[in-house]
Ligand binder design. Structure first.
Ligand SMILES: Cc1cc2nc3c(=O)[nH]c(=O)nc-3n(C[C@H](O)[C@H](O)[C@H](O)COP(=O)(O)OP(=O)(O)OC[C@H]3O[C@@H](n4cnc5c(N)ncnc54)[C@H](O)[C@@H]3O)c2cc1C
Length: 595
């Protein structure tokens, strides 16, 4: 087994030279993001991730979470690691100082989250959900709700959950049936069952704050009639401490393909008359409240894709150095050559590396757009930042999580038969990665979101602006004409697909819906290629100035060129699928598909 190494050089390079961390640190309120200070934070985070979280990853997978007499017990070592995580202040990294956050930008929070998830995804899911609860209460809570819950959630003393899913209500959240009736003292009584609730019950923290979607009496059907409630496991007493046990329990936990350390719970609310809940935001405003945090929650899952890809790459690269098979052309030493010497293995490793770096860059740019939307002093810049974040969110979630799976699968392949055997660890990454395209809105739903909500923003202008910005880079890539040509071709195809799909949305919606997944992939590849190319230009400039380590910087150029010249051509090749004949998708009747 190889130890996890925090990819600090890659993270710092991407933060500074692709996501312009120095520029972000000049915005009011983000002074803490000065790059040298951020590098120190990341270095400490990397030490914690590698030293405390990573050693629990394999045992967490093997032992898993268990339910005993209504109590969920996380794998050995997790409670202690969580206490260290909380006491080290890591939970508070991405939050505003008002309730105990560090005031660092989302960009830095995302970089830290990559490290937690790469080290131990089952562990990192818990703070990921807490982050969602903090966002929702910050945006929609009353002053009392904020004062009661935020200090404890920001510090990580309490954790949070998101309760949307019910057996009949998955992608279609509007089908949910959990009910809320008026209770005593302005509270509500919640009754219903939720499934698949991540860290719905555990032994890591003294209280769990469930955010539960439910319907009040007489509410409209569908998503317009959903309200959001804070339903704590222990009702806070007057002093903000956990008090009386609420009427909710974990009925069972799921047996899953991966993320065994993260309990996925069936939660029952109100078996003894009704769980006490407090409405968060307006009645029937639950979906609005959910949408507020959707950008950050979906980005957080996208980052999990990058993280698992990074971990899979590290393991595969290490194995390829050790494993010897055959004699590669040019191998002059005695005996067999390491498999990393074979061209096809090198292709797998380069593909893993390039996809991981591109997906990381996409996620960091998404985070940056969120920071600009929150902190830029000019309203117009804030609005543009928000529009860009809105556009990038489904792209980051859909593309980076698919890459998590693709890279983890390549990681298994690099190991050959040993990849299929659990002891190398490559298999765990593959299993863990597979949830990422499913939860927090399946990738199919992301592609629909891109097509139906994001592409039409401002009549297509948000998309056009981003394509125009990417086009500006093409002439600057003259040192690498082949990269410039593939980026230009990808942009041309993306512009055509965007224009045509926007028109088809009104005239042939089913054809447009059938093309949205290839369209999302075109976006991911093109934006990822553009960002790596931007990084390559920065690396070239640094080399010319004699700044930085030339070997490392030359690698950035090689990775970017590999991506542009050998992976990016897929973007243009996806155009026929994005704009294909929609009728073809329905040509074979489902009952005949099996015949
Ligand atoms: C390990 C795990 C953890 C989870 N954690 C949480 C959690 O903490 N909180 C929570 O509330 N939920 C959680 N979920 C639930 C998760 O978000 C849902 O499973 C997911 O949203 C998909 O819903 P579904 O399973 O009902 O699939 P379905 O909605 O039945 O989808 C099945 C397939 O049909 C496609 N599909 C469905 N509707 C459409 C449509 N309109 N257009 C095109 N395609 C469509 C989907 O893309 C998918 O491919 C978790 C799930 C798992 C497995």
């Amino acid at each position: 087994m190889t130890a996890f190494q925090a990819p600090l050089n890659d993270l710092n390079f991407a933060l500074r030279h692709i996501a312009d961390l120095p520029g972000l640190a000049e915005l009011p309120g983000l002074e803490a993001a000065e790059p040298v200070a951020v590098a120190q934070v990341l270095s400490e985070a990397g030490r914690f991730a590698a030293g405390v979280l990573a050693p629990l990853n394999e045992s967490g997978d093997k032992v898993g979470a268990r339910l005993e007499n209504g109590v969920v017990i996380c794998p050995p070592g997790f409670a202690q690691a969580y206490a260290q995580f909380r006491d080290g202040g890591w939970n508070a990294v991405p939050f505003e100082p008002e309730f105990g956050g560090t005031g660092l930008p989302w960009l830095v929070g995302v970089a830290c989250a990559e490290l937690w998830n790469a080290a131990n995804m089952g562990f990192a899911l818990c703070p990921l959900l807490t982050q969602g609860a903090v966002e929702a209460i910050s945006a929609h809570g009353t002053p009392e709700q904020k004062a009661t819950y935020l200090p404890n959630l920001v510090s990580g003393t309490w954790t949070g959950t998101m309760n949307l899913t019910e057996p009949q209500a998955g992608s279609d959240v509007g089908a949910l049936r959990t009910r809320a009736e008026p209770g005593d003292g302005g509270g509500w009584r919640i009754k219903g069952q939720k499934i698949f609730i991540t860290h719905g019950e555990h032994d890591l923290a003294e209280n769990i704050v469930h955010l539960v979607l439910a319907r009040t009496a007489g509410s409209p059907s569908g998503t317009k009639g959903i309200s959001l409630f804070i339903v704590p496991k222990f009702l806070p007493d007057g002093g903000g401490r956990p008090g009386r046990r609420n009427d909710l329990r974990c009925v069972s936990i799921e047996h899953k393909l991966g993320i065994h350390a993260s309990p996925t719970c069936v939660m029952s609310y109100g078996d003894d008359g009704g769980a006490t809940g407090f409405m968060l935001g307006a009645e029937n405003g639950g979906m609005r409240a959910m949408f507020t945090m959707m950008n950050t929650a979906r980005l957080a899952v996208a980052v999990q894709g990058v993280a698992i890809a990074e971990r899979a790459y590290q393991r595969a690269a290490h194995y390829a150095r050790e494993r010897r098979q055959g004699r590669a052309p040019g191998w002059r030493e005695a005996g067999y050559s390491p498999i990393e010497r074979h061209g096809d293995v090198r292709r797998m490793l380069m593909t893993m590396k390039a996809l991981t770096e591109a997906a990381r860059a996409v996620c960091l740019m998404n985070a940056r757009a969120l920071d600009v939307a929150r902190h830029h002093p000019q309203a117009e810049e804030r609005a543009q930042g928000l529009a860009l974040a809105d556009l990038l969110t489904p792209i980051a979630k859909g593309w980076a999580t698919d890459i998590g799976c693709e890279v983890a699968s390549l990681g298994v392949q690099v190991h050959g038969g040993m990849g299929f055997i659990e002891e190398t660890g490559a298999a765990q990454y593959y299993r863990d990665a597979r949830i990422l395209p499913i939860y927090e809105g399946t990738n199919g739903i992301q592609a629909m979101d891109l097509l139906t909500r994001k592409l039409p923003m401002q009549g297509g202008e948000v998309v056009n602006r981003q394509i125009a910005e990417m086009r500006d880079l093409v002439p600057k890539l003259e040192p690498w004409p082949a990269s410039a040509a593939t980026l230009a071709a990808a942009l041309q195809s993306l512009a055509t697909a965007s224009r045509e799909l926007l028109a088809r949305l009104a005239s042939e919606p089913n054809a447009a819906f059938g093309g949205c997944t290839p369209y999302l992939k075109m976006w991911g590849l093109t934006f990822g290629g553009y960002l790596l190319a931007k990084g390559a230009l920065a690396a070239r400039e640094l080399i010319a100035k004699g700044a930085g380590e030339a070997g490392y910087l030359n690698d950035r150029v090689a990775v970017a060129r590999f991506f542009c010249e050998q992976l990016l051509p897929q973007a243009a090749a996806l155009l026929p699928a994005a704009l294909g004949d929609g009728e073809l998708l329905f040509a074979v009747a489902p009952e005949r598909l099996t015949g």
